[in-house]
Structure formats: C-alpha cells, structure tokens
Design a protein around this ligand. Structure first.
Ligand SMILES: O=P(O)(O)OC[C@H]1O[C@H](O[C@H]2O[C@H](CO)[C@@H](O)[C@H](O)[C@H]2O)[C@H](O)[C@@H](O)[C@@H]1O
Length: 387
C-alpha cells in the first residue's frame, strides 16, 4: 500500500493535551487546528446552498434511505402488510443463501482454501459481535462471545473494525489480544511495524494501557475540532426530538433515530441535513437506523483492512487469507477490497436477504460465535474431517 498517496491527508501540528483510555496522549497525535485543503470527494452528498425544491427532493431521498435502513424490520412489515406466511420469508432467505452460502455450512470449503495459509481476521462490532439493541450504550457482547473472540485472537491476527470510537469499542470488547480500528477505520491502534510508522506522518508510535508498543493511525486527525463543533450543533438541534440520540464516535458522529417515532424521522433527517450545509468537508452516510457524519477523506473500513494487513506484514502474500465479518453498509467497503483483490472472504451477517460484496453469510451474532469456535477447533486440529 502506498502510504504516501494523495488520498491520505498529511497532518502536522500537535493536538491538545488529553489522555485517552488507551493510555495514549492525544498531544502525541498529529493534527492541524486550521485544516489543510482537501480534495472534494465524489461521495459528498449534501447540497451546500438552499435551493428550495432541490433540497426537498434530496431530503426526501434521505428519508427513503432512513426508512430502508433496517432491512429485517422492513421485511417483516412488508410480510405483515401483504399477509405473507413466514415460510415465504424463509424460502426467500433459502434462495438468497444460494448466492451467499452460510460460512458454517461452507466451512470445509473455507478450510480447504486456508490450509497451509495464514488467516487474518477482521470483525465488525455492532450487529456482528453484539446483537442490535435499542440503546447504543447497552450493546454489550456476551461472555461467551468474548471468550470465542479471545480464543480466535490467540490463534490468528485479529482486529475489530467499528464505527464506534476506539475507546468505546475497546471498553465493550475488553480484550488485549487484538487490534482495534474505531471511527470506521479512521482511528487505528495497530501493531508496530517499522516500514509503516517511519513512512507516514499520520502514524505515530505509542503505548497502550498494558505498556505494549502500538502504532496509532488517525488519517482524519485534523478534523477533530470540526467534529466536536458539529457534535455540539447536532446535540442542540435534535434535543427536542423524543428518542433521538447523538453519539460521539471521535472522528464521526452518529445520529440515532431507532427510538424516534417514524413520523418524526423526516425532522431528524432535515435537521442533520441543514447543519451539514455549513460543513462542506463533512459527509453523511447511513447505517442501521443511524445517520453518520464523517470527514470527507478517502478512507473507510476497506482502507483500514489494507492498512492493517500492511502493518501486520501480511499484504501481498499469497499465503494469507483475510476474513472479514460484518453486517453493515460500511462493511461493504471491506468486502469489496477482499473481493476485488481476489483474496480472502467477506462474510455478511444478515437475517434477511440483501445484496452484498461478501462471499458467504451468517445469520446473526450467535452464528458468528459458532463460526469463530469452528475456526478455533479447525486450527487446533479438533475438526478431524477438515485437517
Ligand atoms: O461498525 P459497527 O461496529 O457495526 O458500528 C456501527 C454503528 O453501530 C452502533 O449503532 C447500531 O447498533 C446500536 C446498538 O445495537 C443500535 O441501537 C443502532 O440503531 C445501530 O445503528 C453505534 O451506536 C454507532 O455509533 C455505530 O456507528
């Protein structure tokens, strides 16, 4: 990976002195308070000037997107409205499985391909390791899942790549055996690797809570002051909408509408949309009943996977099989990288059919746990038929 490419912003000055949970002083993180000139991304979607009708059209397309952001819920609603029997949904899922076979039923195939090779594992958090719940602050993973992740991370290099802040996801997972990438990959705590850290101004050497040397990579560091400002505005502008919740994910902000009455979703979308008109360097994406505000930089979970493989010394190796497990739209960037590089597998976690760049599927976090346990058993030689 070319870490000097134009796609990655070059950052300079030191950040204010604060200490994160991971024991890393943000004063050691490079960032520029004034901000450098950035290329305008083709992903920018917010109209910058009020244009009346055009604004309304764009906003209502966001409303459609907000309504369709929870495929499972939509499917159930549709089934009820049309009086479909649940067996119809089951048969649609079974048909979909032909295109995205279960990673559990296809484990032998995966194992055969990975035989004699090195697996690197990438896991999303929400909806993958923990079930989706109404309160984002309570998305805890089970003790059994934690044990499964711990075991798998002892056998394979493993990283969690989440939209949450690094601190938050680290707090939820609570394991030291793996690497973390928060803010959709814009805050990476990865392994120390000379070639990466020496080459890149956004990458600095630090130590984590356990005193282990790590590399911090924060390609959007200069956006911190802007993100803090927009966070305040979003909290302020949504405070009268019952159920709306704004979450600080450090380099991104999530505006949750899961607990907002559907008739008020438009208001949520409109308010966020209006605030973002003043921030041409921020863009809006959406996840599962959440609008996500993030910097316009060419960086996503796919780039984070590439970066971590490089940091682990596992890129451009024919004997490496990266596996990425995730449930969200943002995970598609990682699936795409694996699919297009013709390396490894994306595994989509979904209980209802949806299009994806993944190769395999798993139904829910409990199947993810089963898959992790199967990987461990296989690697430990306890799956006799596959060794
Ligand atoms: O990349 P991820 O680890 O999947 O994080 C994506 C977002 O996940 C969280 O929101 C989602 O899960 C919540 C808890 O189950 C749920 O209440 C919410 O509706 C979902 O959108 C997290 O709160 C967001 O900040 C992440 O961006």
């Amino acid at each position: 990976m070319d870490l000097k490419s134009n796609h990655t912003p070059i950052l300079t000055d030191a950040a204010p002195m604060t200490k994160s949970r991971l024991g890393v002083h943000s004063s050691r993180l490079p960032y520029s308070p004034t901000g450098a000139a950035f290329p305008t991304s083709p992903l920018l979607t917010i109209p910058r000037k009020k244009t009346g009708i055009l604004d309304d059209v764009r906003c209502s397309s966001w409303l459609d997107a907000m309504k369709s952001s929870s495929p499972t819920a939509m499917k159930i609603t549709k089934d009820i409205n049309h009086g479909f029997a649940s067996s119809d949904a089951d048969s649609a899922y079974s048909t979909w499985l032909l295109k995205y076979p279960s990673a559990l039923s296809s484990f032998e195939q995966i194992a055969n391909h990975a035989k004699g090779k090195r697996i690197a594992l990438f896991l999303d958090y929400d909806g993958t390791l923990s079930p989706i719940v109404d309160n984002p602050d309570c998305a805890f993973m089970s003790e059994n899942m934690r044990a499964a992740v711990k075991k798998v991370a002892e056998l394979f290099p493993t990283a969690i790549i989440s939209g949450r802040s690094c601190d938050k996801v680290h707090e939820f997972v609570g394991l030291t055996e793996l690497y973390y990438a928060g803010s959709h990959g814009m805050d990476i705590i990865g392994p120390v690797r000379q070639s990466v850290s020496d080459d890149h101004p956004n990458c600095i050497r630090s130590t984590d809570n356990q005193g282990k040397e790590v590399n911090l990579f924060q390609p959007a560091a200069e956006f911190l002051p802007m993100i803090d400002k927009v966070l305040d505005s979003l909290i302020e502008c949504t405070k009268d909408i019952k159920g709306a919740k704004v979450e600080n994910n450090k380099f991104c902000v999530s505006v949750h509408y899961r607990n907002v009455e559907e008739k008020n979703w438009k208001t949520v979308g409109q308010r966020v949309f209006d605030i973002l008109k003043d921030y041409p360097r921020l863009r809006l994406t959406h996840g599962r009943k959440v609008l996500e505000v993030r910097p316009v930089i060419d960086w996503d979970k796919g780039k984070a996977v590439t970066f971590l493989l490089e940091s682990l010394g596992l890129s451009n190796c024919d004997d490496v099989v990266p596996i990425y497990v995730g449930d969200d739209r943002t995970d598609e960037d990682a699936f795409k990288v694996l699919r297009e590089g013709n390396k490894g597998y994306g595994i989509l976690v979904a209980s209802a059919p949806k299009e994806s760049k993944a190769v395999y599927s798993l139904r829910d976090p409990s199947e993810v746990m089963e898959f992790l346990k199967t990987l461990v058993a296989w690697k430990s030689g306890h799956l006799n038929s596959f060794v």
